[in-house]
Design a protein around this ligand. Structure first.
Ligand SMILES: CC(C)(COP(=O)(O)OP(=O)(O)OC[C@H]1O[C@@H](n2cnc3c(N)ncnc32)[C@H](O)[C@@H]1OP(=O)(O)O)[C@@H](O)C(=O)NCCC(=O)NCCS
Length: 180
């Protein structure tokens, strides 16, 4: 699927494939310290990426590419179900977790491309894919740091609601989106 970013560039949205792992590793290592501090669902090296996506039923990757340079400019990961180490906290809000219909989500956009509508565009693409595999609820991967105003605003704009707060290297929000 092609979308147009606010800077008028044409952006290709598609699922991540194994042929993209090296390019994805380059993308991740080029993230600024500020962005990498906010986004770290797995190691940035090619082996860590291959390890995660070895089980394609459990993890899905989605990428946005600048059609002019063929460079990856955004990446989101979705894990089916929930993170085991977040489960007791999530249950403490009264959630009944479901390993088939819940998923866990983490988005990232390259620094130079943030605030250009790419995060939103890729998220809409992720949503349409999740619908087709029976996912009904999206949970944030390890929550979101409450001082990450860009991301908190992004989630609110996309109708995520806040379940509660927790302390982990500062204050964080757990947020979810029901997608039925
Ligand atoms: C959070 C992130 C994924 C959003 O993607 P993006 O491409 O920058 O966002 P978009 O341009 O699509 O904008 C979507 C919404 O995000 C929010 N947003 C984007 N840029 C913003 C900014 N500079 N200030 C405040 N809010 C901002 C707005 O709510 C915006 O909606 P609007 O355009 O209707 O105002 C991206 O900025 C990012 O990768 N940040 C660093 C990594 C990160 O924090 N990941 C999330 C970890 S929990």
């Amino acid at each position: 699927m092609i979308i147009q970013a606010k800077n008028k560039r044409q952006i290709l949205l598609r699922k991540l494939g194994s042929a993209d792992f090296e390019k994805l590793s380059d993308y991740l290592f080029k993230l600024s310290a500020e962005t990498a501090k906010r986004f770290g669902p797995h190691g940035f090296d090619t082996n860590s990426i291959a390890d995660i996506f070895r089980k394609p039923d459990n993890y899905m990757g989605f990428i946005a590419l600048d059609t002019e340079t063929a460079e990856i400019i955004a990446y989101s990961i979705v894990k089916q179900g929930f993170l085991e180490h977040d489960s007791s906290r999530l249950r403490s809000y009264g959630l009944t977790l479901d390993s088939k219909t819940d998923c866990t989500f983490a988005p990232s956009v390259a620094d130079a491309w943030q605030s250009q509508g790419v995060g939103n565009g890729l998220f809409q693409f992720v949503l349409s894919n999740l619908h087709s595999v029976g996912i009904k609820r999206i949970i944030l991967w390890g929550g979101v740091q409450s001082d990450n105003h860009k991301a908190v605003s992004f989630y609110r704009k996309n109708s995520f609601t806040t379940l509660g707060e927790f302390e982990y290297y500062g204050n964080n929000y757990d947020m979810i989106l029901e997608i039925i």
